[in-house]
Design a protein around this ligand. Structure first.
Ligand code: C2E
Ligand code: MG
Ligand code: MG
Length: 718
C-alpha cells in the first residue's frame, strides 16, 4: 500500500518511437502504480521532460531524428539532472549500443524484448539507488560546506605511501592550489613555524607511537607566506605488527579564533584610554615578579601614583581634557622611566661598579591612579631616585588643546619583602604610603611604614564615630561675625560646624568635612547644620539681636542632591526664617562640575529669596565673566590672599582686582581671614565691603556669640 502510494507520486517518462512497445511499457508501469508520461521522439522527450520533471526516464536508443544517445546526453546537460536515473532500452547483445549509452550518461540498460513483469522491479531498484545517491551527494555537499565554513580539512597517509593525501580544504589552509592535493610528509612539516616545529614533531612522534592524542595548536607559514594558526588532530590505525598502518588527520584553520582571543585578552588586560596594562594584568605581573624576587632574594619596589587635584581638572575643564591628561601622563611616565632607566643605572653603577638594566612595568589601575613596578632594585634609594624623576617629569606643564595644565603626582612606595609578601599587601601599602604623601602636602613621595596602618585605622575609627555624631549630639555650631566696613556694624555671621567626639576628642572640620564628603555623611550633617543655623537665626531675630544674615556652608555633594532647593524651602518654612536672612556659601568647583545643572539649582534657590555667596574665591578656576551670569550676591575672598596682602604684591593685586571687578558687576565682597590691623587698612583702602576674621572675632559658641551680638547692638545704638 505504501509502496503503491509512494509510486503514485513517482513520475516516469517513457520514450519510444515504437507505439506498441511504448504502450506496453507504460501500461506495465501504470499497473505498478507509477504515473507515466510518454514521448514518441527525442525532441518530444526533451519538451515533456521540461514540462513534467520526471523522476526516471526509460528510453529507446534507436529513434529517428534525435536518437536515444543524443537525447540522453542532452538530458544530462539540464540543471539538476546529474542524478536522474536514465534507463536505456537496447537490443539483446548490442554491446556497442550499451557502451554508447553509458558514454552518453545512461544509468542502466534493459534489453528488448522487455520482460514486462520484471520491469517494475528494475525501475524500483533504480529509483531506490538514485535516492540513496542523492542523499549521499547531499550529505557530501553539506560536509564540504561545513568543512569550508569551519576551515577544517582532512588528510590521510597509508603505510607504503610516500605522499599524504590532502582534502581540498587542507590545501586551502596550506595556501595551495586544490590541484596539488598530495605532498610528502616532510613538506607538511616544513610549513610549521620554526618556533613550533620541534614541539609539533614531538607530538607527531607521540601520536604515531600511542595512537590518538589531544589536539595540538601550532602556527604555519602557508605557501603564500601568510602566518596562520592551525589545530591538528590525528588518529593512528596500527597493523598487526603494531606499527602505524594509516594516519587520519584533520587540520583546522583557527587563525580568526586566535586573533579574536588575542583581542579579548588585550581588551581584558589593557586600559583602553592609555594602552597601559590594567589592574588585573598588573597584579598578575606583580605576582610573577614577587616570585622571581623571592627566588633570587632581591628587592622589588612598587610605586603607587595618584595625580593631585585631578578631580578639579575634570570638573573645571571637562572630562575630555581629563582623559587627554591621563593619556599625557601615561606617555610622560613611559618617557620618564625610559630615562630613569639610565639614571637608576648610573646611580647604581657608580656605587656598585656594575651596570644593571633597570626594568620596569607601568599600569593604570583606574581613575588617576598609576603604578610602576621595579622588579629588581639594589637599594630602596633606587626607588626614590625613580620617584623623584617621575615627579620632576610629570610636574612640567602640559598643553591640552588650548589649556596649559599643571599637575603633580603624589607617590607611595612599598618595597618587597619589607612591606609585604604578596601583590595585595604591597598594593595596599603602597596606596597607603601615597595617601600619606598627599596628607603631607602633595607632590611628594613617601615610603610605606607600619605606622601608616595606624593612620588608616584612625580614619576608619573616625568614620565610624562620625556616623553616630548627630544622634549622639556631638556636633555643634560656632558662629563667626562679619563686619560691614562702611557702617561699622556686624552684618552677619557664618555658621561653622564643630565636632566634639566623646571618643576621639575635638576634631577640626578641615579633617572631618573631607571624610564626610567622601563617605556621603555630609548629606545628613549638612542638613543638620542648615536646620540648626536657621533655628538659631530665628531665635536671634525673635530676641531682637538685629542680625541680618546667617551664612551656611554647603558642600558640593549636598548642592547636587536632587531636591536641594526644596529642602532649603522646607527648612525655611519649618523655622519661620525670612529667606533673605539665609546666605548659602558654595565653592567655585561646584559651578564647573555641571554648569547647567548648577545654574538651574542656583536660580531655584534665588527664587526662594535666599542669598548666595561664592566661598574661598580665587582658589578655583572660575572667571568673573562666567560668574556674572549667575544670580550671586557676594564673593568671599579666600583667606590665603588676604593674609599676604601686605607681604606679597601678587596677592595684593589679585585682591584689589577682585574687589574692583566684583564691584562693577554689582557683587559685594567680603574678605576672609583678616587677622590684623594692617590687613584691615589695606582692605578698607580698596573699598572692600565686609570683613571676617580673627581680628574681629574667632568663631564662637552660641552663648558667647549671643552675648557679643547683644553687646555690639548696645554699643552701636549709643
Ligand atoms: P570656610 O567656609 O572658608 O570657613 C572659614 C574658615 O576659616 C573656618 O575654619 C574659620 O575658623 C577659619 N578662619 C576664620 N577667620 C580666620 C582667620 O582670621 N585666620 C585663619 N587662619 N582662619 C580663620 P574652620 O571652622 O576650621 O572650617 C574650615 C572649613 O570647613 C570651612 O572653610 C568650610 O569649608 C568647612 N566647613 C565648616 N563648617 C562647615 C559646614 O557646616 N558644612 C560644610 N559643608 N563645610 C563646613
Ligand atoms: Mg565658608
Ligand atoms: Mg572660606
Amino acid at each position: 500500500m505504501n509502496a503503491a502510494s509512494s509510486s503514485l507520486l513517482t513520475k516516469i517518462l517513457v520514450v519510444d518511437d515504437d507505439d506498441l512497445v511504448r504502450s506496453l511499457v507504460s501500461m506495465a508501469l501504470e499497473k505498478a502504480g507509477f504515473h507515466v508520461e510518454q514521448a514518441q521522439s527525442g525532441r518530444q522527450a526533451l519538451a515533456v521532460f521540461e514540462a513534467t520533471a520526471p523522476d526516471l526516464v526509460i528510453m529507446d536508443v534507436m529513434m529517428p531524428g534525435l536518437d536515444g544517445f543524443a537525447t540522453c546526453a542532452e538530458l544530462r546537460q539540464r540543471p539538476d539532472s546529474a542524478l536522474l536515473p536514465i534507463l536505456m532500452m537496447t537490443g539483446l547483445n548490442d554491446h556497442e549500443s550499451i557502451d554508447q549509452a553509458f558514454n552518453a550518461g545512461a544509468t542502466d540498460f534493459i534489453t528488448k524484448p522487455i520482460s514486462y513483469p520484471l520491469l517494475k522491479h528494475r525501475v524500483r531498484y533504480l529509483l531506490r539507488a538514485s535516492a540513496a545517491m542523492s542523499r549521499l551527494h547531499e550529505s557530501e555537499r553539506q560536509l564540504a560546506n561545513a568543512q569550508r565554513i569551519a576551515r577544517l580539512g582532512y588528510w590521510r597517509w597509508s603505510r607504503g605511501q610516500e605522499h599524504l593525501h590532502l582534502s581540498a580544504e587542507v590545501c586551502a589552509v596550506l595556501g595551495f592550489d586544490t590541484a596539488t592535493p598530495d605532498i610528502p610528509l616532510p613538506v607538511l612539516l616544513n610549513f610549521v613555524h620554526e618556533e613550533d616545529r620541534s614541539h609539533a614533531w614531538q607530538w607527531f612522534t607521540r601520536v604515531c607511537e600511542h595512537g590518538s592524542s589531544q589536539a595540538i595548536n601550532y602556527r604555519i607559514l602557508d605557501a603564500r607566506g601568510v602566518l596562520r594558526h592551525v589545530r591538528q588532530q590525528v588518529e593512528t590505525l596500527f597493523g598487526n605488527d603494531h606499527c602505524p598502518l594509516h594516519l587520519y588527520g584533520t587540520l583546522q584553520d583557527i587563525t580568526k579564533l586566535c586573533q579574536a582571543e588575542a583581542r579579548i585578552r588585550e581588551l581584558a588586560f589593557t586600559d583602553s584610554l592609555t594602552q597601559l596594562p590594567n589592574r588585573a594584568l598588573f597584579k598578575d605581573r606583580l605576582g610573577e615578579a614577587i616570585k622571581l624576587a623571592k627566588r633570587h632574594e632581591r628587592l622589588l619596589a612598587l610605586l603607587f601614583l595618584d595625580l593631585d587635584h585631578f578631580k578639579r581638572i575634570n570638573d573645571t575643564l571637562s572630562h575630555r581634557i581629563g582623559d587627554l591628561l591621563l593619556q599625557a601622563t601615561a606617555e610622560r611616565l613611559r618617557e620618564s622611566l625610559r630615562a630613569s632607566d639610565s639614571v637608576g643605572r648610573e646611580s647604581i653603577a657608580s656605587l656598585e661598579h656594575d651596570t644593571v638594566q633597570m626594568e620596569y612595568d607601568i599600569a593604570r589601575l583606574g581613575g588617576d591612579e598609576f603604578t610602576v613596578l621595579l622588579p629588581e632594585i639594589r637599594r630602596c634609594e633606587d626607588a626614590a631616585i625613580v620617584a623623584e624623576r617621575i615627579q620632576m617629569d610629570l610636574s612640567r606643564p602640559v598643553v591640552l588643546e588650548t589649556h596649559e595644565v599643571f599637575i603633580t603626582p603624589s607617590i607611595g612606595i612599598a618595597v618587597f619583602p619589607h612591606d609585604g609578601n604578596d601583590p595585595e599587601t604591597l598594593l595596599k601599602n603602597a596606596d597607603m604610603a601615597m595617601y600619606a604623601a598627599k596628607q603631607q602636602g602633595r607632590n611628594l613621595y613617601h615610603f610605606f611604614d607600619i605606622s601608616l596602618n595606624e593612620t588608616a585605622l584612625q580614619r576608619l575609627a573616625m568614620e565610624n564615630q562620625l556616623r553616630k555624631a548627630i544622634e549622639r549630639h556631638e556636633l555643634s555650631l560656632h558662629y563667626q561675625p562679619q563686619l560691614d566696613l562702611l557702617s561699622g556694624r556686624i552684618c552677619g555671621v557664618e555658621a561653622l560646624v564643630r565636632w566634639q567626639s566623646h571618643l576621639l576628642g575635638s576634631i577640626s572640620p578641615a579633617d572631618f568635612i573631607p571624610l564626610a564628603e567622601e563617605t556621603g555623611l555630609i548629606i545628613p550633617i549638612g542638613e543638620w547644620v542648615l536646620r540648626t543655623a536657621c533655628q538659631q537665626a530665628r531665635i536671634w531675630r525673635d530676641t531682637g539681636c538685629g542680625l541680618s544674615r546667617m551664612g551656611v556652608n554647603i558642600s558640593v555633594l549636598q548642592f547636587m542632591q536632587p531636591g536641594f532647593p526644596e529642602l532649603v524651602a522646607q527648612i525655611l518654612e519649618e523655622t519661620g526664617l525670612d529667606a533673605d536672612t539665609l546666605e548659602l556659601e558654595i565653592t567655585e568647583s561646584l559651578l564647573m562640575k555641571d554648569p547647567d545643572g548648577a545654574t538651574r539649582t542656583l536660580q531655584s534657590l534665588k527664587m526662594l529669596g535666599v542669598q548666595l555667596a561664592i566661598d574661598d574665591f580665587g582658589t578655583g578656576y572660575s572667571s568673573l565673566s562666567r560668574l556674572k551670569q549667575l544670580p550671586l550676591d557676594r564673593l568671599k575672598i579666600d583667606k590665603a590672599f588676604v593674609q599676604e596682602v601686605n607681604t606679597r604684591p601678587d596677592d595684593a593685586a589679585i585682591t584689589t582686582a577682585v574687589i574692583a571687578m566684583a564691584g562693577s558687576m554689582g557683587l559685594r565682597v567680603i574678605a576672609e581671614g583678616v587677622e590684623n590691623e594692617a590687613q584691615l587698612r589695606f582692605l578698607k583702602a580698596k573699598h572692600c565691603d565686609e570683613i571676617q576674621g580673627y581680628y574681629l572675632s574667632r568663631p564662637l559658641p552660641v552663648d558667647q556669640i549671643t552675648a557679643l551680638l547683644h553687646h555690639h547692638q548696645q554699643t552701636t545704638k549709643n
